[in-house]
Write a protein that binds this ligand. Structure first.
Ligand SMILES: Nc1nc2c(ncn2[C@@H]2O[C@H](COP(=O)(O)OP(=O)(O)OP(=O)(O)O)[C@@H](O)[C@H]2O)c(=O)[nH]1
Ligand SMILES: [Mg+2]
Length: 229
């Protein structure tokens, strides 16, 4: 074996150890959330797709019925956590200090700043990009990808790991469809190849069009986790 092979092998072993440790802590996070009977979402998307806008809409619509906490992952600012707090949630900011994703340790630290048994819903906003967040489990019950019309219809083909791994897909900014060249049939074919039958919510955070099925899906999940009828 030459020395470069040896180095590569060590690198693979280190990466496996890091991912293994992350996955173990993610499982621990999930059991903390299960014990608290709180339904949790990991929201991922490219920068500017509308994660925070969707969180704001969700809070404004559901805060009358459910108590909501938000853990906001951002490289450097608290802008998004401030928006979630203004909308009516209890919000915790996690600055990743340059990291392009949240990991299970960061979520664990965020959870420790909340009395989570007081909440019905936890929304985690991951750092905006379509690559790194897909690789790190956090321990949330469902992962959601927010795609948006101006990003282009080829994104499922270019970022397959992200599209493959999520439990639900929001297609945001449908109000822009008349103005942007976006072939929904081509986009949906790519999604279907990677994630057949994935629950999909086309909507506009700007106009509110299509928001009701999204809110109903969340409400049903909250009731299930609270063991409510
Ligand atoms: N036209 C239109 N604009 C939208 C919609 N939803 C969000 N936006 C706009 O898109 C921009 C980005 O929205 P954000 O919610 O901040 O996006 P984000 O994904 O949280 O961005 P990062 O956290 O920076 O990655 C803002 O200017 C929003 O007003 C929508 O449905 N339609
Ligand atoms: Mg945001």
């Amino acid at each position: 074996m030459d020395s470069s092979q040896n180095t590569n092998q060590k690198r693979v072993t280190v990466i496996e150890k890091i991912m293994g440790a992350n996955n173990r802590l993610a499982a621990e996070n999930q059991s903390i959330l299960d014990d608290a009977q709180i339904f949790s979402l990991n929201i991922m998307a490219s920068p500017g797709a509308g994660k925070t806008s969707l969180i704001e809409r969700t809070i404004r619509n559901l805060a009358g019925q459910f108590s909501i906490a938000v853990i906001d992952g951002d490289i450097a600012t608290s802008i998004d956590a401030d928006r979630a707090a203004t909308a009516g949630a209890v919000a915790v900011q996690i600055n990743t200090g340059g990291e392009c994703h949240l990991d299970a340790t960061m979520l664990y630290q965020g959870l420790s700043q909340l009395e989570i048994s007081e909440f019905d819903l936890l929304i985690v906003e991951n750092v905006g990009n379509l690559v790194c967040p897909a690789a790190f489990q956090l321990g949330c019950h469902k992962s959601v990808l927010v795609a948006s019309i101006p990003e282009g219809d080829d994104k499922p083909y270019k970022y397959p790991a992200m599209y493959h791994g999520v439990d639900a897909l929001v297609i945001n900014k449908v109000d822009l469809l008349p103005y942007v060249s976006f072939n929904m049939e081509y986009f949906s074919r790519g999604v279907e190849i990677l994630n057949p039958g994935v629950q999909t919510f086309p909507l506009s955070c700007r106009t509110g069009e299509g928001i009701d099925p999204w809110l109903e899906w969340i409400s049903a999940n909250i009731r299930e986790h609270k063991k409510l009828p």
